[in-house]
Design a protein around this ligand. Structure first.
Ligand SMILES: Nc1ncnc2c1ncn2[C@@H]1O[C@H](COP(=O)(O)OP(=O)(O)O)[C@@H](O)[C@H]1O
Ligand SMILES: O=COP(=O)(O)O
Ligand SMILES: [Mg+2]
Length: 579
């Protein structure tokens, strides 16, 4: 089979203006950026939000291997299948981060004959939104460090010299890292403001670090804001430091929120692209689901739901990750949850969850995972059953999509389909990768049947519970564990955030996606584990409290054989090798 990029580059794409017209977007609501992508205007958001709303399908998955089990392929494939059976459908997905594109996973535009195209534009700069998040984030970093520097050097004269209020910002109180859209472990912990002895011309020396842009609070704000005004308000609420009285210092207080919003103005508009079969696809925001909340934007959903009868979107990693955060964080920001869930399962993914294979993070998957192994499949099935039950916990109908890989055996797929049916869940084989929409028509029919069932969407916890109670609910109910273990820092963070009035925020768990638990070595359906919480971070602008579990990193590193090794460009400027 041809590679993803060759399929994408040989596709006969429609001009984006035709895709927009077919989706009911008027010419004045579109800002084309070349032939195949366009920004959507803020006026369209208003019109679409007031229109009758379609149904929202949220695609999730079993506990994945590091390669991913096909949620994006299934999201695009299902939307093509829905189009093929006559539905008015749109897809909403995140913009890929260059971290994974050049790192382990590669691109995130789907794959095979279920992709967003042009995939190389989708997987690289697109319309610059992630670059804008990076710039706005780092402007705030430069601003807070400069404020500490000038307040320290002028002391009591600061106000008379600058006309600005002295806020008591010190280098020790700054909690804002810098970001870059790349996997770069060397930037995780750094010292900044290095000076010759006795001098401070380079600023105030302190320890800091870089996170990947997908983990920036501003990325979460872009994904959770309801409109431009809400984005601006949230940016002002971002806490950059704590003053010498341990009170939060916000971006608004140091006067940088407006400039951040100016940088993000265009990024606040979703980008319209198309699938290989012409499904209008909105690409907007790119938070990962392990170190952030992992869902595309509320703004994109609001536009798509006002234009289409069915909107298909995706939560990152397994249902313990992006799906949980869609239901407990995004749904609250959007004022609505999903109307149905699709749980993607693969033979390789279930075998990886059998516990029968030695899967070391960063190491290639064993070939045996891609061959017949009925014992591993039987053992791994428990993980799929857990994710079906987990999705049902939120009150929505569930359809299982068996994402067929080329070497999958008919016998194992048939066995799995039968077991899912026995468990009472709806199930459909998806051949969207190899056949596009034609290979996802039965999945589309199953999803339409699920959407005709009543949905009684509910959150997992109430916001007015104390932070520790919400952490316990996530550990014990969302993950099936036996409680939490709070570090001394985490206990102090809970106390401080509660006293400051942030105890009513939802929680965003930063956790490994390779296990339902915090420990990537615990496959299948772990039990008897306790989730170690090493600290909490306030994301006041995004509107959640971030809990760091286990050894999760907010700046990934490059593997020994990174994906960039296969990427190049020919003399005509054609990019090759992005997978
Ligand atoms: N059915 C399939 N056959 C072959 N490759 C697939 C299939 N489904 C997904 N892939 C590939 O697996 C990788 C992960 O797919 P993706 O849809 O991005 O997963 P997720 O969104 O769950 O991380 C991509 O390289 C994709 O092209
Ligand atoms: O945040 C992770 O998203 P995928 O599972 O789609 O890679
Ligand atoms: Mg994906």
């Amino acid at each position: 089979m041809k590679s993803d990029i060759v399929i994408s580059q040989s596709a006969d794409l429609a001009p984006i203006t035709d895709i927009a017209a077919a989706a009911g977007i008027q010419p004045h609501e579109l800002v084309p950026q070349g032939q195949y992508k366009a920004k959507l205007s803020h006026q369209l958001l208003k019109r679409a939000s007031d229109a009758p709303q379609g149904k929202l399908v949220l695609v999730t998955a079993i506990t994945p291997t590091p390669l991913g089990e096909g949620k994006t392929v299934t999201t695009i494939g299902l939307s093509q299948g829905l189009k093929a059976i006559g539905q008015k459908v749109m897809a909403c997905i995140r913009q890929p981060s260059m971290g994974p594109v050049f790192g382990v996973k590669g691109g995130a535009a789907g794959g095979g004959y279920s992709q967003v195209a042009p995939m190389e534009e989708m997987n690289l700069h697109l319309t610059g939104d992630i670059h804008a998040v990076t710039a706005a984030h780092n402007l705030a970093a430069a601003a807070i460090d400069a404020r500490a520097y000038h307040e320290q050097r002028h002391g009591d004269q600061f106000e008379s010299r600058t006309g600005l209020p002295r806020l008591g910002v010190t280098a020790e109180g700054i909690v804002w890292n810098r970001v870059v859209d790349m996997n770069d472990r060397a930037l995780r912990r750094i010292r900044i403001g290095l000076n010759e002895p006795g001098r401070t011309v380079n600023g105030l020396e302190r320890e800091s670090g870089f996170d990947i842009s997908a983990a920036s609070e501003l990325m979460a704000i872009l994904a959770l804001a309801k409109d431009l005004g809400d984005l601006r308000k949230r940016l002002g609420q971002v806490v950059l430091a704590y003053d010498d009285q341990d009170q939060p210092v916000t971006a608004e207080q140091i006067g940088v929120a407006g400039a951040m919003a100016a940088i993000l103005r265009d990024a606040a508009q979703p980008t319209l692209m198309q699938s290989l079969e012409g499904v209008p696809t909105l690409v907007h925001a790119g938070p990962f689901a392990n170190i952030a909340h992992g869902n595309s934007s509320v703004i994109a959903d609001r536009i798509a739901l006002g234009l289409a009868d069915v909107v298909v979107t995706e939560g990152g990693f397994g249902s313990d990750m992006g799906f949980e955060k869609a239901c407990n964080i995004k749904a609250r920001a959007a004022g609505r949850g999903p109307d149905a869930a699709v749980v993607v399962a693969t033979l390789r993914g279930l075998k990886a969850n059998s516990g029968r294979y030695d899967l070391r993070p960063g190491q290639p998957l064993p070939d045996a995972l891609f061959q017949e192994d009925s014992e591993a499949l039987v053992d791994g099935f428990a993980n799929l059953k857990w994710h079906i039950d987990n999705a049902r916990r939120y009150g929505v109908p569930v359809v299982v999509a068996l994402n067929r890989f080329p070497d999958d055996s008919d016998a194992e797929l048939a066995w799995l389909e039968e077991r899912v049916r026995e468990s009472g869940a709806s199930v459909a084989l998806s051949e969207a990768f190899a056949k596009g929409g034609e290979g996802a028509k039965s999945l589309a029919e199953a999803v339409m049947a699920a959407l005709s069932e009543p949905a009684d969407f509910r959150h997992l916890y109430e916001l007015d519970q104390p932070l520790e109670a919400k952490l316990l609910t996530l550990a014990e109910v969302a993950y099936g564990g036996d409680g939490i273990e709070l570090s001394e820092l985490a206990k102090a963070d809970i106390e401080r955030l509660t006293v400051l009035g942030y105890g009513n925020l939802p929680l965003c768990m930063a956790k490994t996606p390779l296990s339902i638990s915090h420990d990537p070595a615990l496959k299948g359906v772990p039990s008897g584990f306790t989730i170690p919480i090493r600290g909490l971070r306030l994301c006041a602008g995004a509107g959640f409290v971030y809990a760091l579990t286990g050894n999760v990193m907010t700046m990934p590193g490059l593997p020994e054989r990174p994906a960039y090794l296969s990427i190049d460009i020919d003399e005509d400027g054609n990019i090759t090798g992005i997978d």
